[in-house]
Design a protein around this ligand. Structure first.
Ligand code: ZN
Length: 766
């Protein structure tokens, strides 16, 4: 067997490796957020320093609905918008997101801040959106302070210039309780004339480049506008990834209401998400600058664009290159993936004629490539799981991410490299370099077709590099050896430009999901680079087999060392305070208290408090709809249970109509009511004037709702039930958003409590 029929000469290959490394590194560095622009920048510019001053005011303390900080933040927002000349009002309403399935329905009394800048000849509305509420216990400098600051500074800059279109600022409430402010807003605007394009801003972390992770369809016009914004990170594949994560945003309601637009979020630094440490100290002002700079440029463009044509046009696949957006029609996705298979198979045909490979060997190589990708992903997964098993307390309470993920990230990549070297090194000898490289390319091209068909939008990052690398290899095949390096290396440039940033940003979603993904993507990059790597480090016949294990062994040792240093860097006391998840639940009927957590306990301290479960606690915690809860006994308290007053009770035509007032006797902002199944059946429910869809029983409950932000005198509930001769029993509960009412807790020094809440419940027979 001859080999290297298309291999470049060695010096060119080594130079090529250096070029590709440099291109990959430059593509990653292009993602680094810019420096924050100082407060004395020109009025027309976006300045993160100016924007962050708002957070000095509103992000000092948690601002869950019903809290004093929440009301103060709202007042500040109204005052600022009015100072720039926006016609500003507070939309008071009741928001409801129908879960569309049995379980607890969520409602809230919301107060959206809405400011309007009229345009001179409007063709539609540009809506700048973010939410100003937070979860309990988190000051929310990132989630969603960064969005609020972006919207405010953008509105300020826009208010100083004339615009063609209306610009509306929408700072929503009740997002964390179920996207409730956004629902109230779109409901009142239903049927509003003209096109509305929304820029929604979110955060699931505190740093890194903001990602425009979803857009409405069709996106052609939206992408035209987006291409005018600097430093935008957008990728068609991210929408599919987002759907797989348990997050949602206000954008869901904007989209459902027929608006057009973009959903952009900070993703990296997830360790801080929804914790007391999501504060100004940990927010990356550069990330805010990058988000704001892009939003201002985009809003400026849209404010003067004819928005009526925005919904026209087709759907494109898109990804961001350092030079701008790369896009092509979505209808090309499957043909392009199929064409890539043809281009990847062509070198197999050529090489087979030249007797450089055999089909069985090529098939084996394709199988080996699949093994490399899968095992690299598994290795990335195993490495982080091992570190977690050694020290579970390093993971944050909500996303499960360590404060200092970089050593683990590099370790994951080294583990992927070790897997690739361990499989491919020995196989290169057995199968020959040509079979290995072409077989790998065919496998990756075939995976591209699978992705294009099964998960539309996700194939781009795989198909484009594979296509370019295969074309390069094909061209090299017809050139003399000394010229081959140019097409081979040029064909790999797209892989470096697209895959290197994908490997790095893959980690942003967290080591648990992003680690395996990034490891698998690195394996893809290494497989594509086989032709140039093979020429740079040619196989030397006669080298003992065990010597082949040296490079992967070294990579593995490095991966393990970095994991160890990750454990040291993330040890208790070396990082920001570790997070504990503990809430208190009291049964007011029995006086029985419980510590509860939706996360398994991760420290000795929390294990002593939460020895039982995890299991569903459907009676004590009807809010959680059967989620598995770790729990343990706690001291009882004499907290009063919520109150249920019967305002009306009449039966006619076989239907019993009850009018009830549900209130908290300890002024808790959250209320809930669940009707026991097996008794009377709920036909209709109206809460605070809103009809709540009834979807049938879930676990022990026939119907249930939770309501956030009730007035002190509570909320009026109207139930129409079919009594069927059976009793009507309900469980009522209230929820406060700190642990003030709970028995005293003494966490070890340097720990913080995440989403601290107290739930008090009791049963009532009606
Ligand atoms: Zn948020």
């Amino acid at each position: 067997m001859t080999s290297g029929w298309r291999a470049p000469v060695r010096p060119v290959a080594l130079l090529g490796v250096a070029v590709l490394l440099a291109v990959g590194l430059a593509s990653v560095l292009a993602l680094v957020p810019p420096a924050p622009v100082p407060a004395d920048a020109p009025e027309g510019a976006f300045s993160a320093e100016r924007a962050i001053r708002h957070l000095d005011r509103i992000a000092e303390a948690p601002r869950p609905p019903g809290s004093a900080a929440h009301a103060e933040a709202r007042d500040h927002l109204v005052e600022r918008l009015r100072s720039w000349g926006l016609a500003t009002e507070v939309q008071q309403d009741v928001g409801l997101t129908d879960r569309g399935a049995p379980g607890t329905q969520r409602l809230a009394a919301v107060a959206n801040v809405v400011g309007t800048l009229p345009g001179s000849a409007p063709t539609g509305t540009v809506l700048l959106a973010a939410h100003y509420d937070t979860v309990a216990g988190s000051p929310g400098a990132g989630d969603d302070g960064v969005g609020v600051a972006t919207v405010l500074e953008t509105a300020r800059a826009l208010s100083a210039v004339d615009r063609r279109n209306d610009v509306v600022v929408l700072l929503t409430d009740g997002e964390e309780d179920g996207l409730l402010g956004a629902e109230a807003f779109v409901r009142t605007r239903a049927g509003a004339p003209g096109t509305t394009v929304v820029l929604n801003h979110e955060a699931r972390g505190v740093t890194g480049p903001p990602v425009t992770f979803r857009m409405t369809s069709p996106n052609d016009g939206l992408l035209d506008a987006l291409s005018s914004a600097p430093g935008v990170l957008v990728d068609s594949g991210s929408e599919a990834v987002f759907e797989a994560l348990p997050n949602d945003s206000d954008f869901r309601h904007f989209d459902a209401a027929g608006m057009h637009g973009y959903d952009t979020a900070l993703v990296a630094g997830g360790a801080y998400y929804h914790s007391p440490l999501d504060d100004l100290e940990h927010l990356d002002a550069g990330s805010l600058q990058q988000m704001g700079r892009a939003s201002l440029a985009l809003a400026r463009d849209l404010a003067d664009r004819d928005l009526t044509s925005l919904p026209d046009g087709g759907e494109d696949l898109v990804t961001a290159l350092p030079s701008g957006l790369l896009r092509y029609p979505a209808s090309w996705e499957v043909p392009l993936a199929a064409g890539t298979v043809a281009v990847a198979v062509a070198p197999v045909v050529v090489a087979r004629r030249r007797r450089a490979l055999t089909l069985p060997r090529t098939a084996l190589a394709a199988g080996a490539a699949a093994v490399v990708v899968v095992v690299a992903g598994l290795a990335g997964y195993a490495l982080w799981q091992a570190a977690l098993a050694i020290d579970p307390g390093q993971a944050s309470a909500v996303v499960g991410e360590p404060y200092r993920p970089v050593p683990y990230q590099v370790a994951v990549l080294l583990a992927a490299l070790a897997v690739a070297l361990a499989v491919l090194g020995p196989l290169r000898r057995r199968l020959g370099p040509d079979a290995l490289a072409t077989g790998s390319a065919v496998l990756l091209a075939a995976c591209g077709v699978l992705l294009a068909v099964a998960l539309p939008g996700t194939s781009m990052t795989l198909v484009l590099p594979t296509l370019a690398a295969s074309l390069g290899a094909l061209v090299a095949a017809v050139l003399p050896a000394r010229w081959r390096g140019i097409p081979v290396v040029a064909g790999l440039v797209p892989a470096a430009v697209l895959l290197a940033p994908a490997v790095w940003t893959g980690f942003d979603v967290g080591l648990g999901v992003g680690g395996p993904a990034s490891a698998a993507l690195l394996a893809v990059l290494l497989l594509l680079a086989l032709p140039v790597a093979d020429a740079a480090w040619p196989a030397r016949p006669g080298v003992p087999r065990r010597r082949l294990l040296l490079p992967p062994g070294l990579a593995l040792v490095l991966a393990v060392s970095l994991t160890a240093s990750g454990l040291v860097l993330n040890r208790e006391g070396a990082t920001p305070p570790r997070q504990e998840s503990l809430r208190y639940a009291l049964d007011a009927d029995t006086g029985e208290g419980r510590w509860i957590s939706l996360r398994p306990p991760s420290s000795r301290w929390s294990r002593t408090l939460l020895p039982d479960g995890p299991e569903p606690l459907r009676q004590a915690m009807p809010w959680t709809d059967g989620d598995r809860i770790a729990h343990g006994p706690a001291a009882g308290t004499d907290l009063p249970g919520p109150d249920l007053e019967v305002l009306g009770d009449r039966t006619g035509d076989g239907v019993r109509e009850l009018t009830l007032r549900l209130s908290s006797r300890r002024a808790a902002p959250g209320l809930g009511l669940w009707v026991a199944a097996g008794g009377a059946t709920v036909r209709e429910a109206v809460v605070a004037g809103r009809r709540v869809p009834v979807h049938g029983p879930s676990g022990p409950w026939d119907f249930g709702f939770q309501f956030t932000g009730a007035a002190p005198d509570g909320v009026v509930v109207r139930l129409a039930v079919d009594p069927g001769g059976r009793p009507l029993t309900v469980r009522i509960a209230d929820r406060s958003d700190d642990l003030t009412d709970a028995p005293r807790l003494d966490p070890p020094a340097g720990r913080v409590l995440v989403t601290p809440q107290v739930f008090v419940s009791r049963a009532v027979a009606l």
